[in-house]
Design a binder for this molecule. Sequence first.
Ligand SMILES: O=C(O)CCC(=O)C(=O)O
Ligand SMILES: [Fe+2]
Length: 293
Amino acid sequence: MLCLNLCEFLYRGNYGSALNPQCVDSELAHLFAKSVSWPRDVYPLSLRLRAELNNRGYAIISTDIVNFAPPTPNTSDAFYPGPYFGEAILGLVGSMLGKVQSLPHQNNGRLFHDIMPIASQHDQQSSASSSVTLEMHTELAFVDDPPDYVLLFCVRQDPNAEAETYLFDAFDAFNTIGCEDMIELSKDQFCFGTDINVTENLDTSVIDRSIVDLVAMRLMRYDVDLYKRTGSRADRAFDNLLRALVAVRTSIKLNHGQLIIIDNKRVVHSRSHFNAAYNGRDRWLKRSLVQRY
Ligand SMILES: O=C(O)CCC(=O)C(=O)O
Ligand SMILES: [Fe+2]
């Protein structure tokens, strides 16, 4: 577990505006992209973060952020009053690893996504669900080049601490599946539909995606819910990888102030079901997606 005394860091540096509720997404990203102004003690963290990601495919950073966030919103367009650190840490750590992505077809192009239960989606395969397990996936399996990292910052844990984020390291899974399956998974023969948060038309009917890049030995994409079966040998390889991934499952219950950084081209993730009350005290994550340098 890595640690970051973020409050002190933010006040010491010229990041006052990061705490300003009026600060818009693009200004913040710009601020942190100028990493030359980081205080020196951030560089060792950046090094340890990379080492951890190489080692396990994910890393957790605990921060000293206290539990003072405004009530959890319960609609996707709610305005929440600051002062507030969530975007600051995502911008900071995201810019250590690459470029924080703004995708026109997801969350209306926002850099920072709010992930909290929304009543109308409680039983859907969406990150806003709560009463169902969110199936195993990598982020944006349906785009040409999915993001390299997913960052999830926990603003507020659910009051009963039921929500559990599951992680499945494909490097470990690859060791236990056969060569034939690996070759099958590397072929451009898979199709993934879009998820319900996609806000722009995107044609994903093409059956031309690969799941594994055998040269780079990366997992390019995986999504149990969005995968479109073709009734061919490819389905068997998909299922064998699923079994192998499930066998290496590990999990974490994110607590407030914790950030998890997931290598999206190595580690598949999912989430347990949990209770939601829509009363301002629900679980709340902030997410950003990063394309590495
Ligand atoms: O809620 C979680 O722990 C994970 C949610 C998720 O998969 C996401 O927001 O991408
Ligand atoms: Fe996800």
